[in-house]
Design a protein around this ligand. Sequence first.
Ligand code: SF4
Length: 310
Amino acid sequence: MTSVTLAPSRVAAIRRALLGWYEAHGEAFPWRHARSPYWALVAGVCSQQTQMSRVLPLWQRWVEAFPDIEALARADTATVLRVWERAGYPRRALALREAARICVALHGGALPRDPQALLALPGVGPFTTAIVQCFGFEDSASAVDTNVIRVLGRLVYGDVQPAAETPHADIDATAARLLPHGNAGPWNATLMEYGAKVCTPRPHCQACVVHRLCAARPRFEAGAVAAPIRAQGRFAGSDRQWRGRIMRALRDADGPLRTPAFVRALASDEAERATVRRLLAALCAEGFAWSRSGRCGLGDPPSAIISCDA
Ligand code: SF4
């Protein structure tokens, strides 16, 4: 591990400057002030691989539809997927419902406070665990996402693209060193938001409240540019695009669809029809859809179709 000593005076200056910025510019997201572990869990899962601007509408839709863990645990697959809508990576929606079912079965319908028990829930990793700890229970924990990695890797280690350059263990150690005990929620929110708004991939160093304390600023001022972490693969015509189209068509349907007509409506030639059939089968295997007896639909098959197959 690279050793960077953060003197107490530097720690205090960084905290003061960034918390001051958050006071003036921070978003008042509902889960940040409610001390609700469930709201925090939903926020943590919604935030994974999602731009900050898209998290709030998704979160609001979700807690309106499923106001508590028991309501979510009772929800059927089609409803869960319709509420998730086009937020992407719908596995997260099913994992969230599965986590709620485990909480009902094992934890009395509440989220456990123990971080190891939180980590054992499906779809819950270290980041979401920390979000539940700091916002839901007001416990001390560092929530480290890509935005936080970027801010800390630049500020403390002078790396231009920390996700590729700074060892994760160094980021974790720095996050723990900077965490103000008793104020973990606002501090985590500060770092996440600072990375989303100021220390962005192309950082706004001129407007930065910690530029005098930042090890990377001279590199950016000398013209350094952070290379993209990974090039986005082609989207048009990709399986990802086809899966999105199939899921949208299934979500929009009122009830079971005739599979051959459904495939024909989406595809314009035999190659595309083969793609739709292949991906529909994959979506069924993953629990997002069903296809039986020449019919298909979103979520689980209706009981009439199951009994007709039996
Ligand atoms: S000076 Fe620039 S690189 Fe450093 S923390 Fe601020 S915005 Fe990020």
